[in-house]
Design a protein around this ligand. Structure first.
Ligand SMILES: [Zn+2]
Length: 656
């Protein structure tokens, strides 16, 4: 599967796939969970804010209740493996926190309201309740139960729905609604108990998880990636060290990645671009053994804190990309999320994806905004010294950001509030926006209720040698009448399909395709002795069925006679022969690639489709300079048409 390494290192295919939201992807690598844990207990709703505090009043027990209700509504709860909750031990909590701080939190159990207010006031954006300590111990314990379930192989992945959240809390301090740092403790625990040497933490909450950064900034065994609303340090937690140039310290240099968002309104394409151009290349190079997601949904649409525009579908895609790493071992742990509907829909999309359901189409114009590109360029430049996948990066950090001057003007008008969280929360969400968001989420809910096909993978495999290696599939065979067959091969080189074996395989391939088109199966695999004819027939069949966008990836040298001008088919050909006579066009892209790796394609593709196991990429080998230059050449050529390929301001400007 070596060639896949290259796809991911340079993020070529995923960008285009997402960019066009293909209806059918012939070679789509989906990881299907062999089990997803869901860890939740009502008891974590047993604490709440007891007094008036506009900073803290958005962190409510209903956040958990609404999320769990929605999971039940979509029948996702019953599909998950239930893992009981437990309290974390003091020793486990002290993997990250000091004993002095633990004693402070413990002491809040018996406090009256006045005392609770006083101790809460010692920290930034924190409230305590007599049940806080118990719930915080359960939140850590739930997270550790999830780690144990995944590491023991009981499940492939899972989600812990917990309260209080954790990513802001520090060795000696509660912070930003967080008491104990659930995810940081989990990473230390996994290192100690299972001897892990590489853990990736992805923090997609809209706030910077500075607590996690502080714990691991000198530790090369934990790669921490966070994007966050930053606005030139004007957004809480208002820290200089949340910017892109905080790359880690000492041995940990390169293992702390901050993607600061300098304006609100970031959407699906901005988030995906940050994955494609920053996180995924580095993560594949890092090759984690376990992924922890600080899974905050205040980065989703409608949230009063984040004021971003990412839709619930986006979190399905983010989850899916991460599932391709660490052999699929992924633990998502709830952090923030304060718009109850948006939060609960996004939680559902995450769990649905962990279960291996097909991904929903992603909405919106797939073109990252200038400010997002600026941040991405800066992060790539800052991390160039530490990662081989960025070593050919040419762009340098930008001094003058497009958002800076506007920020300065606004800063003169508005004095920075002492309670920035509250100020932002009540900020700019006007009633029109609220209605728009609610409507959007309503229509989203209707859309994602599509039934999941009962069978994952159909197959029409001719050679017995391959068939016995495949996991359980539906074998498909179809008899066609003469007229159907004539229609099928009309216009293709009929001489190639006169052999009976070729005819049979062609019929079987169409049968598999029909099952996919009719949504009886999620995906399928068909073997064909005459690949060029099969491909042409399959594409014609899809268009005939009424699909508007079909992505076709051809690996190897193959000449196809297809009309690609109407934009219904995007053909990507990874080939050895350079196509000198035809230049690339928007819908016909040839990647000339020198790669001698042998791939057992049928087994590998079937394995990926049925996802009994996520293909292991093995040790990281950097791409040759020749291949990198080929990709860069293609990028330059195509980034005006496919804007998700842009990753520097120079690209962005040339594309406008
Ligand atoms: Zn947050």
């Amino acid at each position: 599967m070596n060639s896949l390494i290259f796809f991911c290192n340079f993020c070529f295919l995923p960008e285009i796939c997402t960019n066009v939201s293909r209806d059918v992807c012939f070679v789509l690598f989906i990881a299907m969970a062999s089990g997803t844990a869901l860890i939740y207990d009502d008891e974590m709703t047993s604490y709440k804010l007891l007094w008036d505090d506009p900073v803290c009043d958005i962190e409510v027990p209903e956040r958990l209740l609404a999320s769990y209700e929605q999971l039940k509504h979509y029948h996702l709860v019953e599909r998950c493996v239930h893992v009981p909750i437990r309290e974390a031990t003091e020793e486990e909590i002290m993997l990250v926190h000091s004993s002095e701080y633990l004693e402070v939190v413990k002491s809040t159990q018996t406090m009256n309201e006045e005392e609770l207010r006083r101790v809460s006031g010692n920290y930034d954006a924190v409230y305590f309740h007599p049940n806080t300590y118990r719930c915080a111990k359960l939140a850590v314990g739930a997270t550790l139960q999830l780690i144990d379930s995944v590491m023991s192989g009981k499940v492939l992945n899972g989600m812990a729905l917990v309260r209080p959240p954790g990513h802001h809390s520090q060795r000696n301090a509660a912070n930003g609604f967080c008491v104990f740092n659930n995810v940081a403790i989990a990473a230390q625990y996994a290192k100690r108990k299972y001897g892990l040497q590489r853990i990736l933490i992805v923090d997609w909450d809209v706030h910077h998880g500075q607590g996690i950064q502080y714990v691991f900034e000198e530790d090369p065994s934990v790669l921490y990636y966070s994007w966050h609303r930053y606005e030139h340090q004007k957004f809480w937690p208002l820290l200089r060290e949340s910017d892109y140039d905080a790359v880690g310290q000492g041995e940990g240099k390169g293992f702390n990645i901050n993607v600061p968002w300098n304006k609100v309104g970031m959407g699906n394409s901005d988030y995906l671009a940050a994955f494609f151009h920053v996180l995924l290349p580095v993560a594949f190079e890092f090759a984690p053994e376990l992924i922890l997601v600080s899974s905050g949904y205040d980065s989703g649409i409608g949230d009063p804190e984040g004021q971003m525009n990412a839709t619930p579908e986006c979190f399905a895609h983010l989850t899916h990309f991460l599932m391709q790493l660490a052999n699929g071992r992924l633990c998502a742990v709830l952090e923030g999320g304060y718009h109850l509907k948006s939060l609960s829909e996004s939680v559902c999309m995450t769990v649905k994806t962990l279960l291996g359901d097909p991904l929903p189409l992603i909405s919106g114009n797939m073109a990252p905004c200038l400010s997002a590109i600026e941040s991405i360029q800066n992060v790539r430049a800052a991390h160039k010294p530490y990662w081989k996948c960025l070593m050919y990066e040419e762009a340098t950090p930008l001094q003058d950001l497009s958002t800076k001057s506007q920020q300065m003007m606004e800063a003169e008008l508005i004095q920075t509030s002492t309670h920035p969280v509250a100020e932002q929360a009540v900020g700019t969400a006007n009633s029109d926006e609220v209605i728009k968001t609610d409507r959007f989420l309503e229509s989203h809910m209707k859309k994602i209720l599509f039934p999941v096909p009962p069978v994952k993978t159909a197959a029409a495999i001719v050679s017995k040698a391959d068939a016995h290696l495949l996991p359980i599939l539906v074998q498909v065979e179809m008899e066609m009448n003469a007229q159907q067959l004539k229609t099928l091969i009309s216009g293709v080189d009929a001489e190639l399909v006169t052999e009976e074996k070729a005819l049979l395989s062609l019929q079987n391939m169409v049968a598999v395709l029909d099952k996919i088109l009719k949504k009886e199966v999620c995906n399928g695999i068909a073997e064909s002795p005459v690949a060029s004819v099969s491909t042409t027939v399959a594409l014609k069949h899809c268009i005939g069925f009424g699909l508007q966008r079909v992505l076709c990836i051809v690996v190897g040298d193959m000449d196809l006679e297809l009309d690609l001008d109407d934009g219904k088919i995007l053909l990507i050909n990874i080939c050895q022969k350079r196509r000198s006579e035809k230049t690339n066009s928007k819908y016909h892209i040839s990647l000339h690639w020198k790669e001698d790796t042998e791939i057992k394609l049928v087994q590998s593709v079937a394995k990926a489709l049925t996802a009994v196991s996520t293909p292991d990429f093995g040790a990281y080998a950097p791409a040759s300079q020749e291949n990198v230059l080929e990709i860069k050449r293609l990028r330059d050529q195509l980034q005006q048409e496919w804007k998700m390929l842009q990753c520097s301001v120079k690209d962005w400007i040339s594309g406008t």
